[in-house]
Write a protein of this length. Structure first.
Length: 248
């Protein structure tokens, strides 16, 4: 149920794309440090465009922690889901403090599909020290990441982690629903599952920032949107496409 938050950066490509977007909608100059915090405002106009990443439904063991979704950094002992519900660590939905995505308990071999049209920007193995496993071993984690462009010009990454087999390579242009991989138990993981994570490119941070594809539905403020290293989450699932969040 664990994964390191391992940001993917493709800055040359992104700067190029930001230039194109800037020219189209008359934003700030190309290649600079960003537009000074207006990325949240832009995100508000994103049209939901994600389809389901897998068929059927599976229980979820970890939810996105809006109270600082940075694993091994956030250790305050509780999580906050997109409905603002707080859970103490150790109960279903909150086994991992600072969880940066959603964990569904897919059996190994389940087909994983791209949530939208896009370009494969990573497909392979990442090696890193996993402090969540006994002895903090170096793990070989298989991972696929696809970059998408939303209707408002925002850039998103969808990330499929702990996979078993990979069906795509970097540079492939994929369609929504196209098979990317099969789920597995590779890397910083203790049982077969899919860690699904989404990032939005933040011009003001000049970085990919993890976001919750379920948005933020509570009446209170989203602490991740208020955090200096955070950003707002907006709903990204098309109608009827959001995988259910039935706790394990
Ligand atoms: Zn996870």
């Amino acid at each position: 149920m664990f994964i390191i938050n391992w940001p993917y950066l493709s800055r040359n490509k992104i700067v190029k794309k930001i230039c194109i977007v800037s020219a189209l909608i008359l934003l700030s100059a190309c290649g600079g440090g960003g537009s000074g915090g207006d990325d949240d405002e832009a995100a508000g106009s994103a049209v939901p465009f994600f389809d389901k990443p897998f068929d059927a439904n599976f229980p979820v063991s970890n939810l996105f922690d809006h109270d600082v979704p940075l694993q091994f950094v956030d250790i305050n002992g509780y999580t906050v889901d997109h409905n603002g519900i707080q859970r103490n660590i150790g109960v279903p939905g909150a086994y991992v403090d600072g969880h940066s995505g959603h964990d569904w308990l897919l059996p190994t071999g389940t087909a994983l599909k791209s949530v939208a049209d896009g370009e494969v920007v990573f497909a392979g193995i990442e090696m890193f020290v996993c402090p969540a496993l006994p002895g903090s071993p170096v793990v070989n984690q298989k991972d696929v990441r696809v970059e998408h462009t939303a209707s408002n010009g925002d850039f998103y990454l969808s990330r499929y982690t702990h996979v078993d087999t990979i069906a795509v390579t970097v540079g492939d242009m994929v369609n929504s629903g196209q098979n990317l991989a099969t789920s597995g138990n590779t890397g910083c993981s203790t049982a077969p599952h899919l860690h699904f994570q989404v990032y939005r490119w933040s011009p003001s941070h000049n970085a990919w920032i993890t976001v919750d594809p379920y948005g933020w539905a509570a009446a209170t403020q989203d602490s991740w949107a208020q955090h200096p290293n955070g950003t707002a989450s907006v709903p990204l699932w098309k109608a009827g496409q959001a995988p259910t969040l039935v706790l394990q």
